[in-house]
Design a protein around this ligand. Structure first.
Ligand code: DC
Length: 232
């Protein structure tokens, strides 16, 4: 198959887009970039350094100053799919803390934070052969991507998946709390002023409710083949 430089995958929280993006990247031998973890790293940095997440100016300044690196997982064997470094510290699991879940939507709504993260994400995109997953990849970060997917699922299904993940990670939030958080973030992410979550006009929409990751991967591989054929 001819190489696609970027496969852009967007969608709401816990829609399965990261799982699918990761498997797809593995199958194609592409880099996997979960852009949400960059907003999570900025949120974690604010929490760790005592910067109020409501202070847009301070959070924006901080987001420009921090160093974020995403690397393939080393041999930790703890179920991680990549290693995230914040100023050289391994924060892969800290990025999933409930406090980060709670505040990340606000941090990611700040224009200055977004500008900085989008620039950093485009640099990854320029390297080529990357599966990039987020909320605005097809609309803002990589609008020329040859294949754009928008992956979604019902709010209940997404909350159930996140609840199972969080149980595995040892957190004890109830399903109801997680469902409320998923719904709150959907509302916030899709109505925010800067780069609200919505499918690009030319994105292909895939609903994963009740479907296995592999059946979706097979569908995407066929779409990737078709997109590559169009480039010939
Ligand atoms: O995918 P996630 O749950 O890790 O994303 C965390 C937050 O970051 C979420 O509230 C939406 C935001 N985000 C964004 O605004 N743009 C992206 N490209 C990726 C994530």
């Amino acid at each position: 198959m001819r190489e696609l430089n970027v496969i852009a995958i967007d969608g709401p929280a816990a829609s399965g887009k990261s799982t699918i993006g990761r498997i797809l990247a593995d199958e194609l031998g592409y880099l996997f970039l979960d852009t949400g973890c960059m907003y999570r790293a900025a949120t974690l940095a604010a929490l760790q350094q005592g910067v109020a997440v409501t202070n847009e100016t301070a959070v924006t300044t901080l987001s420009h100053a921090i160093e974020i690196d995403i690397k393939p997982p080393a041999a930790e064997g703890d179920g991680r799919h990549y290693t995230a470094l914040l100023d050289g510290q391994d924060v892969t699991w800290a990025l999933r803390l409930p406090e980060v879940d709670t505040h990340v939507s606000l941090v990611s709504s700040y224009a200055g934070v977004r500008q900085e993260m989008v620039q950093r994400q485009r640099r990854f995109g320029l390297r080529g052969k990357v599966v990039m997953v987020g909320r605005d990849i097809g609309t803002v970060v990589m609008p020329d991507a040859p294949l754009k997917l928008y992956i979604t699922a019902s709010a209940e299904e997404r909350a159930r998946r996140r609840w199972l993940d969080r149980q595995d990670q040892g957190h004890s939030n109830s399903f109801e709390v997680i469902l409320a958080d998923v719904q709150r973030r959907d509302e916030f992410d899709s109505t925010r002023q800067h780069s609200p979550l919505h499918p690009a006009p030319d994105a292909i929409i895939l609903d994963t409710t009740g479907r296995s990751p592999q059946s979706i991967i097979n569908e995407i591989l066929a779409l990737a083949q078709a997109a590559a054929d169009l480039m010939l």
